[in-house]
Design a protein around this ligand. Structure first.
Ligand code: FUB
Ligand code: ZN
Length: 644
């Protein structure tokens, strides 16, 4: 046990007021469109009424994890209320909280499906049936709502439920040695511990993590008790739920990717709270494996629909990429937590990549439709979300208003509402700046309150100005991240150039700061042609365009169909052009490309090359940020582009 870990702590959502720019727009859309749209969907699909527990045979069955949709939506509302009070939203939440409270059983148990539909099956299948996952999301919602409003009704309900869970599960006589097939409750229990100071919740999180994968295997035991053959587990292996061996013995990121991201986040939380180095080492192993072998350039993870998860190293198919929105969100959670125990920008670089690309692609620009799967190329009839069959009757893959399994929309809502929480971390003497966007942050050192303003048009521009506001001089270190995509930067303090080399990815400015001190960081942001490791067979011969943290794609609406025939010659210049009228003002990338196509195809499916001639027609292409694809006319899309 290493109890000497010097932890960093994120600044809370309420302490980071996003005052303009990219994320202010996304948050406004989240508040005005996404959060109400999800509430509406929860109403019309029965997810709110289900808390009345009045389900009768013959009616639409509640889903086993409808509870989690409510939990995530309340959490999103809570974060939003922290910076933008809204009485209507608060009323909606309060009404839902009343219903949730009314559904709690006398012994503290709380679950729609296993109270109203199948009470006989309570706690009988932790492997598949998500009760603890549901509890986790409700706990997270309760904590956020209490922090936002000071109202503790839901928190009290969830504490009673957590106590019920704590009595039921654990190593002692009369307890069950279980843990959830879908991790989530671990990180939630740590949140509950941090909110209440009650050590039992931390112990329980640790217990769930330590017990996972131990023999005799709990999932085998409970299957036998149900009269099921454990060998007939539908997913075939407990690798699917990261429970094939204990966590500390696992070598790579594997299985279902959302489960992985939540579990590894919980592992990081427990490592942070207990100083358990073996957990940190395990998480670092998974991190290295994921980021070196299994991560899309968009920050997507888990290429396969079959297990909604990982396959094997360097397997990163584009058209059929599952890359679930929730998985990238879980990666953001995990990255933030890794930084807290191992303060290195490598985690934040990945977090930023996921946020600006795979995460945001999950929601439409207008905020009311959603992607579940996030492919990196899209052609008519290929729908990665439905690719058990591989095809769909809808011509083009597009976002949906809702899903039967609606994990992604409320996850997006809570992510965007809480993005301020990912901007900064503090230690005793250092403010780390992770993300750049116009905002005002409030923090304190030695009891002295300080404010920091950022002024920037990031991610479209690499210049960021910081202004310090403090009543009296304050000594602390301002640590500014130099993103891994940036190879040239320039730093000034009060107009004077400062030479500084990054330490673990951050430029450290240690000084006594006075009112109105200014720091300017200029990050060179050229358009980059990025190539993949040659072992990624799917990207061979292709480049992706990236500028700053933003990955770009071609869309048919700008470039015509058959994007696969477009090639960008290596020598051609690529230019970033700011388009003020597109998506509220974004930079697109333009340049000369070629359409490399037969001048006239003689017919048939295949031809000897000698039967026709290639044409190379130059044209001006336009690439837009991947996160904004599928918001205009439907059509093809492609991130990896052939290089001529
Ligand atoms: O099982 C709960 C959620 O539903 C998972 O995290 C998603 O992958 C989806 O399957
Ligand atoms: Zn999801």
């Amino acid at each position: 046990m290493d109890t000497t870990l010097k932890l960093a702590h994120p600044l809370a959502v309420k302490d980071v007021s996003i005052t303009g720019g990219f994320w202010a727009d996304r948050q406004a859309t989240n508040r005005n469109s996404t959060i109400p749209a999800i509430h509406h969907q929860m109403e019309i699909t029965g997810r709110i009424d289900a808390w009345r527990l009045q389900w009768q045979p013959g009616q639409t069955k509640p889903h086993i994890f409808w509870d989690s949709d409510a939990g995530k939506w309340i959490e999103a509302a809570g974060y939003s209320l922290m910076t933008n009070p809204d009485p209507t939203l608060e009323k909606w939440v309060d009404a839902l909280v009343d219903l949730i409270e009314s559904a709690q059983q006398p012994d503290g148990y709380l679950n729609i499906f296993f109270t109203a539909v199948e009470p006989q099956n309570k706690w009988r299948n932790l492997r598949d049936w998500h009760e603890l996952y549901d509890a986790g999301h409700l706990i997270e919602g309760a904590v956020a709502y209490a922090q936002a409003t000071g109202k503790t009704k839901l928190l009290d309900v969830l504490r009673r439920y957590a106590d019920h869970i704590d009595q039921r599960f654990g190593p002692n006589e009369g307890q069950r040695r279980g843990y959830c097939g879908h991790p989530e409750v671990e990180l939630a229990m740590v949140k509950l511990y941090r909110q209440t100071g009650d050590q039992r919740y931390l112990n329980l999180a640790k217990y769930f993590i330590d017990e996972r994968g131990r023999e005799p295997h709990y999932f085998d035991l409970e299957a036998n008790e149900r009269g099921d053959d454990p060998a007939k587990f539908w997913a075939k292996t407990y690798r699917y739920c990261q429970a094939h061996v204990p966590i500390r013995e696992q070598a790579t990121a594997m299985g279902h990717s959302v489960r992985a991201g939540y579990l590894y986040s919980g592992v990081a939380d427990v490592a942070a709270e207990t100083g358990d180095d073996s957990l940190l080492k395990a998480d670092q192993r998974f991190w290295d494996d994921l980021t070196q072998h299994q991560l899309y350039i968009t920050g997507g993870l888990g290429p396969a629909h079959a297990n909604e998860g990982f396959t094997f190293a360097y397997d990163l198919p584009n058209e059929t990429a599952y890359a679930e929105t929730c998985a990238s969100i879980s990666l953001v959670f995990w990255a933030q937590r890794m930084f807290q125990i191992d303060p290195d920008s490598r985690y934040i670089d990945v977090m930023e990549r996921a946020l600006y690309n795979n995460v945001l692609a999950g929601v439409s620009y207008k905020g009311d439709t959603f992607f579940y799967a996030n492919p990196l190329a899209s052609y008519p009839y290929v729908n990665p979300y439905e690719h058990f069959s591989g095809i769909t009757s809808e011509k083009h893959y597009h976002r949906s208003e809702w899903f039967d399994c609606a994990c992604c929309p409320p996850n997006l809502a809570r992510m965007v509402a809480s993005v301020g929480n990912y901007f900064y971390s503090t230690t005793d003497d250092t403010l780390f700046v992770h993300l750049y966007n116009q905002n005002r942050a409030t923090f304190s050192f030695g009891g002295q309150s300080i404010q920091l303003d950022q002024t920037t048009n990031y991610p479209w521009d690499g210049q960021i100005k910081f202004t310090i506001h403090t009543d009296k001089p304050a000594s602390f270190t301002l640590a500014l991240r130099v993103p891994n995509w940036c190879s040239e930067y320039h730093l000034e303090v009060n107009g004077q150039a400062v030479e500084s080399q990054p330490t673990r990815g951050y430029l450290h400015l240690e000084r006594t700061w006075s009112e109105a001190d200014q720091v300017t960081l200029m990050l060179a942001m050229p358009v980059e042609r990025v190539v993949a490791n040659p072992l990624v067979r799917q990207d061979a011969g292709c480049i992706a365009l990236q500028r700053g943290p933003v990955v770009y794609c071609l869309e048919e609406v700008d470039n015509g169909a058959q994007l696969a025939n477009i090639a960008i010659p290596r020598k051609n210049a690529l230019t970033a052009v700011f388009e003020p009228d597109l998506f509220g003002g974004i930079s697109v990338i333009a340049g000369q490309a070629m359409r490399v196509e037969p001048l006239k195809w003689p017919g048939g499916l295949y031809q000897p090359q000698s039967n026709f001639q290639y044409g190379q027609t130059p044209f001006t292409f336009k690439a837009i940020p991947y996160c904004f694809w599928a918001n205009r006319e439907p059509g093809e899309m492609r991130v990896w582009i052939r290089e001529a």
